[in-house]
Design a protein around this ligand. Structure first.
Ligand SMILES: Cc1cc2nc3c(=O)[nH]c(=O)nc-3n(C[C@H](O)[C@H](O)[C@H](O)COP(=O)(O)OP(=O)(O)OC[C@H]3O[C@@H](n4cnc5c(N)ncnc54)[C@H](O)[C@@H]3O)c2cc1C
Length: 290
């Protein structure tokens, strides 16, 4: 066991209104104290938030935050993708999260796997951008099996991506296995752990069902019991996720990527708890300590 200092990053989605933007800036300001490596902004497959993603990255950067975009390749031409990347380069963006994207039902079939986008970016822009791709501790829901999913992850990393970020998970063993199996297949690049704070039972179940993340029975039972006790549910959620992060850090996870849903309190609470935990063990989480 070793206590390392992981990278910390926070994920946002593009707000739809001016109020949403104001709220997001407050969130970014509040989370900036944890000195994240970056704030990332999601992208709607099908281009539904293409403008929203750009505007959000631009706005956050204008306010001094290192915001980077997620990008997927739908029906656009490779030239349109490269034009967009040129605009990001002009903003000073040096990292990208490259994903296939989830398609709004019935919109269109995904046209490009993430590996194709990684290939395009590195063929046209060489090493201008440090790129991140998605990984799945509990397997991508559409993959035929875990080995095939891992092979596809390796393909993305071999195509030039620098690191992977996992879908969120609550079963530590699933992440451990992913890392072990990745190392066994020759993947040496970092696999950052995706972290979803727990603040609302119904929303968590909805997300988890759609992305294939397991909520262990002991957590489900407790959340059901606390469904009408908002504060107690948040306290329990913070404890569970802080404990998960603490173990991830102890075991040397290279980074923690928080799915913030544009809110800061639950994430800040976890990072504060983690800093205390790490202090007790003679080390500290990067966000709180540096
Ligand atoms: C860190 C992170 C960030 C995300 N950000 C966003 C976002 O901004 N917007 C959004 O819409 N969604 C986002 N997602 C969700 C993601 O887009 C979905 O999980 C999507 O269904 C798969 O994306 P991917 O990049 O993993 O796809 P891919 O790596 O392309 O894989 C998709 C599926 O196809 C399989 N596969 C891959 N290559 C091939 C091939 N050549 N032949 C056959 N099968 C293949 C894989 O095993 C997998 O089952 C994110 C997920 C994560 C973990």
């Amino acid at each position: 066991m070793r206590a390392a200092r992981p990278e910390v990053s926070f994920e946002f989605f593009p707000p739809k209104s001016d109020d949403g933007f104001a709220g997001l800036l407050r969130t970014a300001d509040a989370l900036a104290k944890y000195k994240p490596d970056f704030f990332s902004v999601t992208y709607g497959a099908g281009g539904s938030t293409r403008q929203g993603t750009f505007r959000t990255v631009e706005t956050l950067r204008r306010h001094g935050h290192n915001a980077i975009p997620h990008l997927s390749w739908g029906e656009e031409s490779s030239r349109q993708i490269c034009d967009l990347l040129g605009r990001y380069q002009d903003l000073g963006v040096s990292r990208l999260v490259l994903i296939r994207g989830d398609v709004p039902s019935g919109a269109y079939a995904p046209t490009h796997y993430a590996s194709e986008l990684v290939q395009l970016v590195h063929a046209r822009f060489r090493d201008t951008f440090r790129t991140y791709v998605a990984a799945y501790a509990e397997m991508h829901p559409q993959a035929p099996g875990p080995s095939e999913d891992l092979r596809r992850l390796k393909q993305k990393l071999d195509a030039g991506a620098s690191a992977a970020i996992t879908q969120y998970f609550y079963v530590l063993e699933a992440y451990r296995r992913l890392v072990l199996e990745a190392r066994a297949t020759g993947i040496v690049k970092p696999i950052v752990a995706g972290i979803m704070p727990i603040t609302n039972y119904e929303r968590l179940v909805r997300f988890s069902d759609s992305c294939g993340a397991e909520i262990p029975r002991w957590i489900r039972c407790r959340l059901t019991e606390l469904a009408d006790h908002d504060q107690a549910l948040r306290d329990f959620g913070a404890q569970v996720v802080t404990d998960l992060c603490s173990r991830l850090v102890e075991e040397g996870a290279p980074g923690l990527h928080f799915y913030t849903l544009n809110r800061w309190r639950a994430t800040a609470r976890i990072l504060d708890g983690l800093a205390l935990e790490m202090d007790r063990h003679g080390s500290s989480a990067k966000g709180a300590a540096t």
